[in-house]
Design a protein around this ligand. Sequence first.
Ligand SMILES: [Zn+2]
Length: 229
Amino acid sequence: MDQLVLGDLRFQVRWSTRRRTLGLTVERDGTLTLAAPPHCPTERLIKFAKSKTFWVYTQIAKRDLLRRPHDEKSYVTGAGFSYLGRTYRLLLVDHDEGEPLRLRGGRLELHRGRAREGAALLRRWYVRLGQVWLRARVHRLAGQVGVDAPPVQVQELGYRWGSCGRNGRLYLNWQVMALPPALVEYVVAHELVHLREPHHTPKFWRLLGRVMPDYVQRRDRLAELGGDL
Ligand SMILES: [Zn+2]
C-alpha cells in the first residue's frame, strides 16, 4: 500500500491485479482509497485523484457534518467536522479557559465539561465564522451580479441551503459552511441573482452563468448533497 498526498488530501493506494481502471472510495472512517491496476504510472494516479478532489470534498462534507449533528456521541476526540471543505478533528481538552469551542493548531478544541452541548457550540462556531467569511464573498459577488450587497444572516434553515428574502436579506443555512468554498459561493451567487430575478427562468440561469460560468457543475455537486435553494 502506498500513499499519495495532494494538498490536504491523503489517498491510500491499493494495487489490484484484477483492475484495469482507477477507482476511488471514501471509507466510513473518512479514509480515501485509490484502487489502481499494478504498474499504473504515478502521473495517471495524480491526474485521476485531482479530477476527483471536488467530489471528495463534498463526500467528506456530507459525511462529517450532515450526519446526525445532534448526536452527542459524535463529540469525542477524533471526530471529524468539515469547515469550508476541510476536515478538522475534535480534541476534548480538560481545562476550561477561553472559548468552550475554538480552532487551535488545526484542531477543534472543545472543553470536556461542555461536550454535551457540542452540537449547539459547533453550530454557534459555524455561524460566527460563516458570518465573517461570507461578508467579503457577498460583497464581491453582489458587485458582479449588479446588486447592492444585502445583509447576511447565517442560521438554521432546515433543508434549504439559502434563501433571499423578505426585506432584502440573504439567509444562509449554517451548514453551508461545511461545503468547499466553490459550493458556498454558488449558493451565495444563486441567492444574489434572485434579487434581480425571483424565479428560475431562463433569464435567471443566464444571469448566473454570466457571474459564474461553471455554475452547472457546482449546482450538480450541490444537488448530490441534497437541500434546496
Ligand atoms: Zn433559486
